[in-house]
Design a protein around this ligand. Structure first.
Ligand code: HEC
Length: 185
């Protein structure tokens, strides 16, 4: 019961925020991305990590631009211009639709890309995208088809809300820990 009550309160709060600031303007701002998918990133960028997602049956390839990797320092905010591309790949399935695992127990990615998911750090992009409603003022987010077309109707506030949880790592889940391993003492 307590839980249900809590959810209702949150929903009501959100409703008032939306109506108070003007629903139309808010929706436009929050479904737009400033990012474009960089040309030739698969060859030009550095692939720094691979994440298996067993439940959703996908493997994520993570890439960063080489300039950012060169300039970034462990434990410090990423430099402006840092561009991270995350490719979600479909995985090989058996006859029953269950993921096939390789000899190391890892999922086997196919070449089929389900989505290209990005974040890019530029001054003020986060604040603009979330109408100031985020701690994360400099990272813009974007989600695209495999062909690089921005998906319509994405509420980018949700990206900000979750990535706000890793504020001490410059709002980044995977890149900060990679830097620590790659360049740390
Ligand atoms: C519920 C939490 C959550 C939400 C919502 C979310 N992310 Fe993430 N994001 C993660 C986690 C966790 C990772 C690390 C990779 C993994 O474990 O799959 C990640 C990784 C990323 C990365 C790779 C860089 C990094 O931080 O590791 C990008 C780019 C990214 N997310 C973009 C987005 C975009 C764009 C949206 C909104 C459409 C979004 N995220 C929404 C949790 C979230």
């Amino acid at each position: 019961m307590m839980k249900l009550f809590g959810t209702a309160l949150v929903t009501t709060g959100l409703f008032f925020t939306l109506t108070a600031t003007g629903l139309v303007a808010e929706q436009q701002a929050k479904t737009a991305t400033q990012i474009t998918v960089p040309e030739n990133y698969q060859n030009r960028f550095v692939r720094y990590s691979t994440v298996d997602q067993i439940g959703p049956k996908k493997v994520r390839f993570l890439y960063v631009n080489p300039e950012a990797l060169r300039d970034a320092k462990p434990g410090q905010p990423a430099p402006y211009g840092t561009t991270i591309v995350m490719e979600d790949h479909r995985v090989e399935l058996d006859g029953e639709g269950n993921p096939v695992l390789d000899s190391h127990g890892r999922l086997i990615p196919t070449d089929e890309i389900i989505a290209i998911i990005m974040q890019q750090k530029e001054k003020g992009w986060g604040a603009d995208q979330a109408d100031g409603d985020t701690l994360n003022v400099d990272w813009g987010y974007g989600i695209f088809t495999a062909e690089g077309i921005a998906r319509a109707g994405i509420k980018y506030q949700s990206c900000h809300a979750c990535h706000n949880r890793v504020a001490p790592q410059d709002y980044n889940f995977s890149f900060a820990s990679f830097l620590e391993r790659f360049k740390g003492e």
